[in-house]
Write a protein of this length. Structure first.
Length: 276
């Protein structure tokens, strides 16, 4: 994929989407975003402090169905988690539904990275997908409001430049694209480790019965079954409980190596992308 790097941009997703008018696949990175955003329009702090702000864009020829778009959610989340496992082998890591990456620092879970996926539709067909990824890489101080909620590779002990994180992400992403969507969904579901956990909703506590291939969570609440999708609202649940459940099976990288999706030698020898 062609790679375009800019110093400052309002949003890498917006620039990436505009470039897809003439490109079939492109990667956009920036030193700083002035209007970065996350899920449900929340602001994503994007200072010029060595973090990774990138967007991967794909023009679908021919267009894909709405059901096929969910594979991009699984691809992005799994790629991010696998790279973090390689670079932080001794750090507890967990995907928080649907695709935020958290690291446990002492007794607290802090956000390390986030993903925002946006699709363009013509009728009921998806013509383009943009995957925005924000990773806290070299930042060592955060605004007071985020200080207790965010962390970075640097603060977790990984002295790695963002160019290495990007190269690893792109490599793992391309490797995972060779896998069937159903397999990606299964791995993503296992990384969330949500089934049978209790969640806090506006209407009270509910238990996760199952997760569906369109990322909908089927819940049991007071004898009734209801469904929740991540576009509706954030979920509150015990990340420690999810992590303990996650530990019952092999790590994601172990699974990917066993399936020969990733090399046994790892990804740390990959070259930098050239953008620091």
């Amino acid at each position: 994929m062609r790679h375009i790097h800019v110093a400052t941009v309002s949003s890498t997703n917006d620039l990436c989407k505009a470039l897809l008018d003439t490109e079939d696949a492109i990667v956009v990175t920036a030193d700083q975003q002035t209007a970065g955003r996350g899920q449900r329009g929340r602001r994503w702090e994007s200072p010029p402090e060595g973090n990774l702000y990138c967007s991967l864009g794909f023009r679908h020829r021919p267009p894909i169905t709405p059901g096929q778009t969910f594979a991009f959610l699984f691809l992005a989340a799994l790629s991010l988690k696998a790279v973090a496992e390689y670079l932080l082998p001794h750090c507890p890591l967990l995907l928080k539904y649907p695709n935020d990456l958290y690291a446990r620092v002492q007794r607290h879970w802090k956000k390390l990275a986030g993903i925002l996926i946006e699709h363009t539709f013509a009728g009921n067909q998806c013509t383009a997908t943009v995957i925005g990824i924000g990773v806290n890489v070299e930042q060592t101080t955060f605004p007071t409001a985020l200080g207790e909620k965010a962390t970075s590779f640097a603060l977790l002990g990984a002295a790695v430049p963002r160019s290495r994180v990007l190269a690893a992400l792109l490599f793992v992403f391309e490797q995972l694209r060779t896998q069937p969507s159903q397999q990606l969904f299964q791995w993503w579901k296992e990384e969330l480790a949500l089934e049978h956990l209790s969640l806090s909703l506006e209407a009270g506590t509910a238990t996760v019965l199952e997760i569906l291939p369109d990322a909908t969570i089927r819940l049991g609440q007071q004898g009734k079954i209801r469904e929740h999708h991540f576009h509706n609202a954030s979920l509150v649940y015990d990340l420690d409980a999810a992590f303990q459940q996650r530990l019952k099976s092999a790590s994601l990288t172990e699974k990917l190596i066993a399936r020969e999706v990733l090399p046994v030698s790892g990804i740390e020898t990959l070259p930098h992308t050239g953008h620091q």
